[in-house]
Design a protein around this ligand. Sequence first.
Ligand code: AMP
Length: 215
Amino acid sequence: MLGAPGAGKGTQAERLARALRIPKISTGDILREAVHTGTEIGRRAKAIMDRGELVSDEVIIGVVRERLAKPDAAGGFILDGFPRTVAQAAALDGLMNGHDPLIVVDIAVPEAELVRRLSSRRVCENCGANAEVDSDVDDAGRCLRCGGRLKQRDDDKESVILERLKIYRRDTEPLVDYYRTRPTFRAVNGAQPAERVAADLAAAIDAVATTGTNR
Ligand code: AMP
């Protein structure tokens, strides 16, 4: 799943993973968990994440290699937030060697909408759901799904948002060109309600899967 920060990758990846009964593998979630539990990788990643910069390719490729080797990933998986550089995409191609081809979907959203979404995004401390500050909250301003307390991610503060978008344009957007010529690449319009994006995404994946083309 490709797309800028705020494009809705996490939300869509989670829905799709539930529908297809395969794991959602989010490198951002894995790193936040590592920060929370205080592992070596977490300690090193925290300052980088707080600045909105990217963790080194070497570290993140190691994290993904280890995660994809777990038994629950054997029947397929959704990647959210990886790859983010051409070096990571090349490493992923290596890891996929001998497996079914990757299906790559880019969720495209205009920049002004990304900034609006990221600055109003809150995350439930209890269940991890994403919420928009004025719309997806209960009367007490808590998580609609579980009633948990909502918190702003440290890297969703305005100065960090702009840095993340800059890094996205510089390091990650080139991946659209890296994948565009493959028959397994699709783009969907992410500037629509989540339900519509989910329907377009499912249709795109279906279209690729039924053509059965190799990359
Ligand atoms: P995300 O939740 O996907 O927005 O990721 C949060 C932060 O984790 C990013 O701003 C990066 O600092 C780091 N991160 C997540 N995925 C990657 C990746 N594939 N490569 C490098 N850094 C990453």
